[in-house]
Write a protein that binds this ligand. Structure first.
Ligand code: R5P
Length: 288
């Protein structure tokens, strides 16, 4: 059985079809004081999959707590979380004394709730194995980068792929290999939530089509700054492709203002820019 929520019902149906699982909706009720109540099917099979992408994650983490504990009481012996977007992975160290290391804390929390976690392009920077963040033997990390590379080959053959920071190299390299692109990565310094500085690598960009590629776009500041720098270096056209399009308020406008011609994302987070699907990838991982 595949459990999902109403706001991801479209993805649940498509994943259910690809993975040959019957999707069932968990009903949610919000009490006037903000608490939530979940209602699951009264009897569950031994193996259950829960789909929950974790954009805007805070309330969803409470839903996961309630849903997984209830599922166990209702008969689920093996629980898989499919979280196409896994939140809280970017705070992977204490950058200042006293800061909570969210990646470790949220990862450990998920490991208490689920037997297997499957996700796509988690932000692994200072570690290279998801199991170091989610201490489960079955913590599975998939990548949308090859599918993004194949998509770009159709849309912008001959473009150069550019990652905005060092950690994006892992995704840019894979997309470039899949699509036969030249690629490079810039360096980034972050000074605040929307204040980033980008330094370009020594690549000839004059007259070129450039696709900026990253795992996550949140405020869009990273990619907007990179787009400005790339245009200043003489690029003809700049596009954006990301796995997770969080695109908080003002992000798309910032990218358009920086001159970005088109914005594409994978469907790990439902968004009008979704152009590349990861559902077959998730279905294959579920079947493994
Ligand atoms: C962090 O390094 C990530 O890979 C992204 O570059 C970052 O989260 C993008 O955030 P924003 O869109 O707010 O600049």
């Amino acid at each position: 059985m595949l459990l999902a929520f109403d706001d991801e019902w479209d993805a649940a149906q498509r994943l259910g079809q690809a993975a040959r699982l019957a999707p069932v909706c968990i009903a949610r009720h919000r009490f006037p004081d903000g608490e939530i109540k979940l209602t699951l099917p009264p009897a569950l099979p031994p193996r259950v999959v829960l789909l929950r992408s974790l954009a805007q994650p805070n309330e969803k983490l409470v839903e996961l707590l309630l849903a997984s504990r209830a599922a166990r009481e209702l008969g689920a012996a093996h629980l898989t979380l499919v979280a196409p977007y896994l939140a809280y992975m970017r705070q992977d160290m204490a950058f200042a004394p006293g800061e909570a290391v969210s990646q470790r804390i949220v990862g450990a929390f998920l490991a208490t709730l689920f037997d297997r976690v499957i996700t796509v392009d988690p932000h692994l920077h200072r570690i290279d194995d998801l199991r170091a963040a989610i201490p489960l033997p079955e913590a599975v990390s998939l990548s949308a980068a090859p599918a993004i590379g194949a998509f770009l080959r159709q849309r912008v053959p001959g473009a150069l792929l550019l990652g905005p920071d060092a950690e994006s190299a892992q995704w840019v390299e894979q997309a470039a290999a899949a699509g036969g692109f030249a690629w490079g990565v810039a360096t980034k310094q972050r000074h605040g939530d929307r204040d980033v500085r980008i330094a370009l690598p020594a690549l000839a960009l004059r007259g070129r089509e450039v696709v900026l590629l990253d795992d996550v776009a949140s405020t869009g500041s990273t990619l907007a700054q990179a787009a400005r720098a790339v245009y200043e270096a003489g690029a003809a056209r700049v596009y954006v492709a990301v796995t997770h399009g969080l695109f908080v308020d003002g992000a798309l406008a910032a990218l358009r203002q920086a001159g970005v011609e088109a914005i594409w994302s994978a469907d790990t987070v439902p968004h009008p820019t979704n152009a590349i699907t990861v559902l077959p990838l998730l279905a294959r991982a579920l079947a493994a």
